[in-house]
Design a protein around this ligand. Structure first.
Ligand code: ZN
Length: 208
């Protein structure tokens, strides 16, 4: 997996997930960044940092940018997409709450599994039919459909590109559906998008 220049993430983009964390649905996309240094590939371990007591999975549909986008319209956005991939926006939920902003909670090394491949839109059914499933040790924890996003992918790309130029290789993580939950050492977490593949990562404790 090539490391993206930047990773733009969207918070609270599914109604039921916003509700499960006691948040209201935003009136415009809620954006944050994850550092490219957090990226790992399929099969690589997610390392639980000693600073957190609650690390959670967030399975997400990832959009990989293929051509530069700056202040694009929703109609033009999809032509600049290289393809779709699976993302796990791993989050230290306790630190997200206590820090007041999300840089540390979302930014630990290994907290952004991406893969296993990038599939062009032309090889997939319509965007709205994209489905995302997240499993821990084979048990389903999350299931969501792109059609259920508060802000759809073209809308997100138009909104983000009005703020910052999206460059080839950049990754947009489109938000997680309901069902987030904790990860423990020894778990294997899978994010699947049918038609794209399965991103599987073991969870380990940081070496002493
Ligand atoms: Zn997320």
């Amino acid at each position: 997996m090539n490391r993206p220049g930047k990773i733009v993430c969207v918070g609270r983009n599914y109604v039921e997930h916003a509700a499960e964390l006691g948040n209201v649905v935003p009136v415009r996309p809620l954006l944050f960044l994850k550092p490219p240094s957090a990226v790992i590939g399929d099969g690589e371990p997610i390392v639980l940092p000693p600073d957190s007591r609650r690390v959670e999975h967030e399975g997400e549909i990832g959009v990989v940018i293929g051509a530069r986008l700056r202040s694009c319209s929703e109609a033009d956005a999809l032509s600049a997409v290289a393809g779709i991939t699976c993302v796990n926006d791993v989050t230290a939920r306790d630190l997200q709450k206590t820090d007041g902003q999300w840089t540390r909670a979302k930014g630990f090394d290994t907290f952004c599994p991406v893969g296993p491949r990038v599939v062009p839109l032309g090889e997939l059914a319509s965007l709205d039919e994209l489905e995302l499933i997240c499993r821990v040790n084979g048990a389903e924890r999350q299931r969501g459909r792109a059609a259920d996003m508060v802000f759809g992918i073209p809308q997100l790309l138009a909104y983000i590109s009005a703020v910052m130029t999206l460059e080839p290789g950049d990754l947009v993580a489109t938000g997680t559906p309901a069902g987030v939950g904790p990860l423990a050492a020894g778990d294997v977490v899978e994010v699947e998008i049918p038609g794209v593949g399965i991103l599987a990562n073991p969870v380990v404790t940081a070496p002493a």
